[in-house]
Design a protein around this ligand. Structure first.
Ligand code: GN1
Ligand code: MG
Length: 341
């Protein structure tokens, strides 16, 4: 790994390297050196088939954000290699990128109070606001139809056809819920297809752990820009609510602990729309609440699909991990539907 690091910064002395294990897709490492710390990442090219374009998106956005005077978050910087590329491909064909490490920061696994929820709303709101003038057409669509419900249902239908009897049996309650929700869960997509919701530059993975906080709980930066793509604001709002307003983490197996925290929702909502005042149109605002169960559901659907497929997409830590995640997310959807109208 030292050798890979030196493709980017050959003169820096590398010390300890530790794996950061919270992501489900890439392999991420913290590299300590004589000149501070860096983040080295091995990108999953099975999930992201076009890494050069993915890196290009991230670099374009980083350069754009650096020029936005009102944008106060810490900036991500992607280092080029000695040969001038913003990624390195190793002998085994894997792609790597190197970025700055933002010091004195932490990630939260669960929201502890409404101040943190409000900070998170401001952080993701400010991120979308800062990119309001960036032409979404400039971004390569890294994973087409990423949050498109009908596409995720299509993948689910295929998985269901091929799944083993045993997996189908284990997942049967959740399969029933998913099959019964097909119509209802397409509502947001329909509004989008009818042209009621504008395309913006969206982050598309706005979970709580993709915000760096400082030690006083102020949001420092939005990280993990792999899925920056054209999208609707609801994708980002919904994905935040899914993690920020749940009383449990995504893989909690005691479903009684999976509750929806309305106070955190209000705090997030208020600061998010305050940040985006004058940017979001009334239709977008009206449909924000619907985004929460919709995006939470799409995650449940994707985890369930991966379980049926034999766990080929997300990293898992034990055999039923994806099924547990699906159960958790689909439970959270029900809790949201009970209170968000
Ligand atoms: C994946 O790898 P990570 O943890 O950043 C996934 C997201 C899901 C998330 C669930 C490219 O993100 O869509 O919301 O897991 N990313 C991709 O925690 O599929
Ligand atoms: Mg991600």
């Amino acid at each position: 790994m030292k050798n890979i690091f030196h493709q980017f910064l050959p003169k820096v002395q590398v010390g300890e390297i530790t794996a950061l294990t919270s992501g489900h897709i890439n392999d991420t490492f913290l590299v300590k050196t004589d000149q501070g710390s860096y983040i080295l990442q091995k990108l999953n090219h099975l999930v992201f088939p076009n890494i050069p374009e993915l890196m290009n998106n991230k670099v374009k956005v980083a350069q754009y954000l650096a020029k936005q005077k009102g944008f106060k978050q810490a900036l991500l910087h992607f280092y080029p290699t000695q040969s001038g590329r913003n990624y390195h491909q190793d002998e085994a064909g894997f792609y790597w990128n190197l970025m700055n490490f933002i010091a004195d920061s932490k990630v939260l696994d669960k929201t502890e109070n409404s101040e943190q929820a409000a900070e998170a709303g401001e952080a993701f709101g400010a991120f979308i606001k800062a990119l309001d003038g960036f032409d979404a057409a400039e971004l390569y669509e890294i994973i087409p139809d990423f949050h498109k419900m009908s596409f995720r249902y299509q993948q689910f239908d295929e998985a269901l056809k091929k799944a083993s009897e045993e997996r189908k049996q284990e997942a049967s309650n959740w399969i029933i819920q998913v099959l019964a929700s097909r119509e209802k869960m397409q509502k947001l997509q329909k509004k989008h297809e009818q042209g009621e919701l504008p395309l913006r530059v969206t982050h598309n993975d706005t979970k709580l752990s993709n915000i760096l906080f400082d030690m006083e709980d102020k949001a420092l930066a939005v990280i993990d820009w792999d899925t920056l793509m054209p999208g609707i604001v609801h994708y980002d709002f919904g994905d935040s609510i899914r993690t920020i307003c749940s009383t449990a983490t995504e893989d909690e197996t005691d479903l009684d602990k999976v509750q929806f925290n309305m106070e955190f929702y209000q705090a997030y909502y208020q600061s998010f729309i305050k940040e985006l005042q004058g940017i979001l149109n009334p239709k977008e605002i009206e449909l924000l609440p619907l985004a929460a169960p919709t995006i939470t559901f799409i995650m449940g659907l994707r985890f369930l699909t991966d379980y049926l497929n034999g766990d080929v997409y997300y990293k898992i830590k034990y055999p039923h991990h994806n099924l547990d995640r699906a159960a958790n997310q689909l439970t959270l959807v029900k809790r949201m539907e009970a209170v968000l109208k």
